[in-house]
Ligand binder design. Structure first.
Ligand code: CA
Ligand code: CA
Length: 161
């Protein structure tokens, strides 16, 4: 089983806000209420809305870990229109998110060209409207899975004969 390194996102649970923007996130593209990032429930969740223009939240965090495998995770509580994606540097992490659900995970390798991790609207020029309560980004530390362990045990057993 793989294990996971420490959490990279600060305020990934959207507990802390200042003037309707989440602390520790770099927000680009907000213009009044369209596009906007807003706090629908105090200290709980984040809504990202646009009728077409780009909007993104970003944290710069992965410089020391180029080329390593990572896992992002999101809890989405409202999916009204469009889709939502993570992006590392210029590399979009697929598949995008388009539905409600907790613990939706994606795996990726950190783009060697950038330390920026974006959470952004996916569909250009269309309405994208999502509310999410938590996001997470952690390094994947590979382990021995069950099948590999079974093969190792069988190999060791046969050597004893
Ligand atoms: Ca939360
Ligand atoms: Ca805002």
């Amino acid at each position: 089983m793989a294990t996971y390194g420490p959490e990279w996102f600060i305020n990934g649970d959207f507990a802390n806000w200042t003037t309707d923007n989440p602390d520790d996130w770099i927000l680009t593209g907000e213009s009044g209420v369209d596009p906007m990032v807003t706090e629908p429930v105090a200290g709980d969740s984040c809504r990202m809305f646009t009728s077409g223009s780009h909007i993104a939240l970003r944290q710069d965090l992965l410089a020391a870990d180029f080329g390593k495998p990572f896992r992002v995770k999101i809890d989405i509580i409202k999916a009204v229109a469009g889709s939502l994606r993570f992006r590392t540097g210029s590399t979009q992490i697929k598949p995008v998110f388009d539905s409600v659900g907790n613990n939706q995970v994606r795996f990726f390798t950190v783009d060697p060209g950038s330390q920026a991790m974006f959470l952004e609207r996916n569909v250009s020029g269309a309405t994208n409207d999502f509310t999410f309560t938590n996001v997470s980004c952690r390094e994947v530390i590979p382990g021995v899975d069950g099948m590999s362990m079974a093969l190792i045990m069988r190999s060791l057993a046969s050597r004893k004969k």
